[in-house]
Design a protein around this ligand. Structure first.
Ligand SMILES: [Fe+2]
Length: 307
């Protein structure tokens, strides 16, 4: 009872003691503190603004100006575009903002500024600028544009420390810098679907291929690139799973990790000795064990103007 009364009594005493201006100043400082501490989001949630079919085509065309058609970045961005609806709906995010951001989030990975490593480590910032330019150009509102652009800036991961490997997660270790964390619901969903795509069997093949072919990485046996090395593709799956943010993505991530682990554990590296053999093994596994149904099925790629 005493506790219940304490706050109103204190507030009344403060009101009696303080002038109007002082109270307003204190309220402003308190509000600023809450924003700074992340308890109150400064950016309002985007309204129910949507993308028209024509706008989708223009955003997709902007992506294709920057990445190779049919290449890994094109296909990955398209998959995220199709994954977006159920995860955005479950998280209360604007599906259309997430889809616009999904199409453009990796658009500067191929022709962005800087030498390869710098380009990779800054593709969130460069992609955010591109997203802003594309969405402003097609006439989306400032809130829509800002929310999508910030989601792209904040999609870099997985970051932080992986205690099960006693090692930093991939992005923190490789880029050795800090990245902003996803702040809006839309940014969290974009981050999560990007991580889920990394956790699939194809995601493992992509990382292993990168480690085998990219001169940035030291030469290592295929098995090290896939599962046994300190920075293996399997470690990336664990890194990604540990950082998922939204509830639906967490439960999908658990199913995906299980599915991918069965593939990785079942590989016989006496037979699977190179990247083409790994790709063949992955294709055969996916025929026998399709992806968990929490990931929406992506329609086949066409030459048409729609993603
Ligand atoms: Fe990315």
């Amino acid at each position: 009872m005493m506790r219940k009364l304490a706050l109103p009594v204190l507030a009344a005493v403060a009101r009696a003691l303080l002038g109007r201006r002082t109270r307003r100043a204190i309220a402003l400082v308190m509000g600023g503190l809450l924003v700074a501490l992340g308890y109150v989001a400064l950016r309002p949630a985007p309204p129910g603004e949507k993308l028209t079919p024509k706008e989708r085509e223009r955003i997709y065309a902007a992506l294709l100006k920057h990445v190779e058609r049919g290449g890994p970045n094109h296909l990955h961005s398209r998959r995220l575009y199709h994954y977006a609806p159920p995860f955005a709906e479950a998280a209360g995010a604007n599906v259309h903002v997430v889809q616009a951001a999904a199409l453009l989030h990796d658009a500067t990975k191929e022709d962005g500024k800087g030498e390869p490593k710098e380009k990779f480590c800054t593709h969130g910032e460069q992609g955010a600028d591109l997203t802003k330019a594309v969405l402003s150009e097609i006439g989306k509102s400032e809130t829509f544009t800002e929310t999508a652009s910030e989601a792209v800036r904040e999609h870099m991961g997985p970051c932080g420390f992986n205690w099960s490997y006693l090692s930093r997660r991939f992005m923190s270790k490789f880029c050795d810098r800090k990245f902003p964390k996803p702040s809006s619901a839309e940014a969290k969903v974009l981050y999560d679907i990007d991580m889920l795509d990394l956790m699939t069997v194809d995601g493992v093949v992509k990382v292993a291929e990168l480690r085998q072919k990219n001169p940035e990485f030291e030469k290592e046996p295929l098995e090290a690139s896939v599962r046994s090395g300190p920075d293996s593709a399997w470690k990336s799956v664990v890194d990604a799973k540990q950082t998922l943010l939204t509830e639906k993505a967490k439960s999908c991530g658990a199913a995906l990790a299980e599915h991918t682990k069965t593939f990785v554990d079942g590989l016989d590296f006496a037979k699977v000795t190179d990247v083409p053999a790994l790709k063949q093994a992955a294709a055969a596994y996916l025929v026998a064990s399709p992806l968990p149904s929490c990931l929406p099925v992506v329609p086949p790629l066409t030459d048409g103007p729609s993603p």
